[in-house]
Design a protein around this ligand. Structure first.
Ligand code: MFK
Length: 521
């Protein structure tokens, strides 16, 4: 699927240039990192708050795989590739392909990388030259000794969704500001810097009264800079990610961009981490489907391998269709993100990117949980037993619809982002117009009908008023996501049929079209 997609999207000479980097990352993920991941299964990060002499040290020890993953991520440019822009807007797609290969074998090390990428993009867009000069070279380097990762500290006790309620206060001092408050859920506390929100003293309540701050987490001796780590969170999944609860007790910080509008100013981080969320979702789905397909050829029950049992084959076909559809949507958002970053995006596509980012994140997050759950079931009882290494797929997938905005919060963001449906209609139509194969005709009809239904629903809900609009927002956003997925799958199927004489994507498109595309009722 990845090879076929890359062959469609990249010019052949560029593909030849990048293929080596992807093959090497595939090898690492399939062999070295995977072996390390299996060996590392029971390890978890540890927090030591005090040393033997009663000094507060708040030291975090990472798991062995995480330490290796950091070096490999830097050296292979899992963040840097997007900033080197050797291949213009397609560099973002190249980077996402690296992340896609890297993610399933690295215990959610994609979390700090996503935030690092988001911080780099945000600082670049901020125009704050001093911070750009200070941090960008570290965030985007390939030198593992110089590489920094970034945290994104938004969540407080008052909520992970309604960020405008944040209570952290910023008091000016001679060198900038000092922050005082409690951050309730800060992922990857191992990072060297963080972007965070705080309210400068005297500012009004709400998101506009917050400001965006940059801080460096440790001093030259490696000690936390006026940051107390209360505890690591005891989470359902992502257990290798050292997610902490913090007190900021006069933490030195610099303003990134003005003294207000923190929520608006941190939005570029959110949009990049939401892209990573989608890439991670399709990467985990791929790992699960690959394992289930492999097992189906080996496990014999009732006289034949599972792969020869019609019902099991049908179940796998459904999972394959979901993961292919999700893959195309996540990578389409990567294409648009790249075009936006190189200023090659049309006005319509810029609106489309703003709309599809939350739509893609929420749609693929839900698909990842469904697929992971079915993958476990494909292994019967073995899928429920820890030492097979399978249950972690489900636990880690379950974070994807939660962090970076829950399904409902992103459905409401979809309403915020939607002025008109025209850019999406154009994008879907562009895909469907490429379909000539008779076998795709029914799938094309399904995509058209669901798009029409979403369009009429939006008009009706808008005239019915805000409660109707909000109540239907999730069904609407999922319908947009699945319709776009089907359209992209159809486009790829036609291309693959024409250029590779391959019918796999046609089968996936036909199957996906029957799997509930229009979820508005
Ligand atoms: C594996 C990879 C995954 C990476 C994992 C990283 C782990 C990190 C774990 C976390 O930190 S999870 C925490 C993440 N938190 C969130 O995702 C917050 C979820 N909540 C929202 O997204 C809410 O919608 C939001 C906080 C934005 C609502 O706040 P407000 O104050 O009610 O926002 P408002 O007033 O609607 O918007 C303020 C401005 O921001 C507006 O612009 P203007 O000031 O010009 O009017 C909005 O248009 C703009 N805005 C909001 N969201 C935007 C955006 N602009 C662009 N893109 C967006 N997504």
């Amino acid at each position: 699927m990845l090879r076929s997609y890359l062959a469609r999207v990249f010019p052949i000479d560029v593909l030849r240039e990048i293929e080596g980097s992807l093959a090497e990352m595939g090898r690492l993920a399939g062999v070295d990192l995977y072996q390390l991941q299996l060996a590392d299964r029971l390890n978890e990060p540890r927090l030591t708050q005090w040393d033997a002499w009663g000094n507060r040290i708040d030291k975090i020890e990472l798991t062995p795989l995480w330490r290796v993953a950091e070096r490999i991520a830097a050296e292979h440019g899992v963040v840097a590739t997007a900033y080197e822009q050797k291949h213009g807007s397609l560099s973002r797609v190249h980077q996402c392909a690296l992340a896609y290969l890297f993610t399933p074998s690295t215990d959610i090390y994609s979390c700090p990388l996503a935030m690092t990428d988001g911080a780099a993009r945000t600082l670049l867009g901020s125009g704050n030259q001093a911070l750009i000069d200070r941090a960008l070279p570290h965030l985007t380097t390939r030198d593992a000794n110089e590489f920094w990762t970034a945290g994104q500290w938004m969540t407080e006790l008052t909520g992970g969704s309604d960020v405008g309620l944040s209570e952290t206060v910023a008091k000016p001092d001679a060198n900038g500001y000092r922050l005082y408050g409690r951050k309730w859920f800060t992922s990857a506390i191992s990072s060297q810097i963080a972007l965070t929100l705080a309210r400068p003293e005297g500012n009004p309540p709400g998101g506009r009264g917050l400001a965006l701050f940059y801080l460096e987490t440790r001093d030259e001796h490696g000690r936390p800079r006026n940051i107390e780590i209360n505890r690591l969170k005891d989470k359902l999944g992502t257990r290798k990610v050292p997610t902490a609860e913090l007190n900021l007790v006069g933490t030195p910080a610099q303003l990134v961009k003005g003294t207000t509008d923190g929520v608006r100013n941190i939005a570029p981080v959110l949009n990049i981490t939401r892209l990573w969320n989608g890439i991670s979702a399709v990467a985990l789905m791929r790992r699960g489907v690959a394992l289930a397909s492999d097992y189906a050829g080996k496990r014999v029950a009732f006289g034949a391998p599972l792969s020869e049992k019609p019902l099991h084959a049908d179940t796998l076909a459904g999972l394959e269709a979901e993961s292919e559809a999700a893959f195309h949507l996540a990578f389409y958002v990567a294409e648009l993100t790249g075009q936006s970053e190189t200023h090659e995006i049309s006005e319509d596509d810029a609106l489309l990117l703003r709309l599809l980012t939350p739509v893609m994140k929420l749609t693929t997050g839900k698909q990842a949980v469904m697929v992971a759950s079915e993958v476990l079931e494909c292994f019967g009882g073995a899928g429920y037993v820890e030492d097979t290494g399978l249950p972690v797929l489900l636990r880690d997938s379950q974070v994807l619809p939660i962090w970076e905005g829950t399904t409902n919060v992103l459905a409401l963001d979809t309403l915020r982002a939607i002025d008109s449906l025209r850019p999406l209609q154009l994008a879907v139509t562009r895909c469907l117009e490429t379909a000539r194969d008779h076998d795709l005709a029914d799938a094309v009809r399904v995509a058209r009908t669901s798009l029409d239904h979403a369009t009429s629903w939006l008009a009706e809900a808008r005239s019915a008023g805000q409660p109707a609009l909000e109540a239907g927002a999730r069904r609407f956003a999922l319908t947009l996501g699945r319709t776009m997925e089907l359209a992209l799958l159809i486009k790829h199927a036609q291309w693959s049929h024409d250029h590779e004489q391959d019918r796999q994507s046609t089968a996936a498109a036909r199957r996906f079209a029957q799997s509930g595309v229009d979820l508005i009722f």
